[in-house]
Design a protein around this ligand. Structure first.
Ligand code: ZN
Length: 104
């Protein structure tokens, strides 16, 4: 769970998803501006996730084109959803915030 470093209140999942390092998260309780503390992790997870997703996705698509079996196409969808969910869970678990500007 991602929490505000200042007041300890939960940050909405939606905000974490829309978050990038150009737009700090604003805590809805104490209105502090929060940025990622572990930036490297944050920058790494996107490309790594896309890479893992892409390689196996292409592999499954290849199987679909070779066999014509629609099951593989379904698996591509399941796989993409699973990886997205995995990335989301990792983000929520490991993203650490630091206060940039304290709210009033
Ligand atoms: Zn707060």
């Amino acid at each position: 769970m991602v929490v505000c470093t200042k007041c300890g209140s939960k940050i909405e999942v939606r905000k974490v998803l829309l978050f990038n390092n150009l737009n700090p998260i604003t805590c809805s309780v104490c209105s502090s501006k929060l940025r990622a503390k572990n930036k490297r992790f944050f920058y790494a997870i996107g490309p790594v996730g896309a890479g893992v997703e892409g390689v196996f996705g292409v592999f499954l698509l290849g199987l679909f084109f070779r066999t014509g079996n629609v099951v593989y196409l379904g698996l591509v969808g399941v796989w993409f959803a699973a990886v997205l969910l995995g990335i989301l869970l990792l983000l929520l678990k490991f993203l650490k915030l630091k206060v940039e500007t304290e709210g009033p």
